[in-house]
Ligand binder design. Sequence first.
Ligand SMILES: Cc1cc2nc3c(=O)[nH]c(=O)nc-3n(C[C@H](O)[C@H](O)[C@H](O)COP(=O)(O)OP(=O)(O)OC[C@H]3O[C@@H](n4cnc5c(N)ncnc54)[C@H](O)[C@@H]3O)c2cc1C
Length: 171
Amino acid sequence: MDSLAAGGSVIDPKAFRRVMGSFATGVAVVTTSRDGEQFGMTVNSLTSVSLEPLIVLICVVKGSRTGLAIRDRGRFAVNLLNSEQEEISRRFVSREQRSFRRQDASDNVWGVPLMEGALASLVCDVHLVQEIGDHDVVYGRVLHCDSSEGKPLLYWRGAYSALGDWAPVNP
Ligand SMILES: Cc1cc2nc3c(=O)[nH]c(=O)nc-3n(C[C@H](O)[C@H](O)[C@H](O)COP(=O)(O)OP(=O)(O)OC[C@H]3O[C@@H](n4cnc5c(N)ncnc54)[C@H](O)[C@@H]3O)c2cc1C
């Protein structure tokens, strides 16, 4: 199926996906809890939007259970996965396999699941939700952030990857 681009030209969605898949990203699991139930989904659409105030955004496919729970609850956590956490990423993509294990997340004052061993995490309150096309853009105002040592889990051209022996040139 082809899509009509703004200029009137026709773009093959597969070509669009290939192009966007060339943009290497980290991987995060976005979590929330509502009425005692925990929700989580794997995302790579995380973007830093503003420093004053601190705002991030994620894009969530319409109809997503986790997205609806985030909107209802008004709060979510973004857990940036480290290179050892590919299994967690895979688990939070698949509706069939999705479940929190006891060791995944700890109780905390924010009341949303923070994944144990994550490379970094944010806790956000929902600031704004914009419905755009087939996704909702969820803007989160950052309440808390934390980071630890380790290397990120990467996603590039439809596959998981890692930094290998890479080390920062100017740490
Ligand atoms: C590296 C990576 C990055 C990703 N990044 C993103 C991202 O940034 N944003 C994003 O939205 N997704 C992203 N995904 C995909 C996302 O992780 C999965 O779609 C995941 O299942 C969404 O979780 P959910 O809680 O929304 O699931 P679900 O509630 O299962 O919803 C997922 C999709 O299934 C549909 N659906 C729900 N229930 C039913 C049903 N009963 N019958 C038929 N269809 C149904 C929903 O409408 C939605 O389109 C990414 C996946 C990977 C591997």
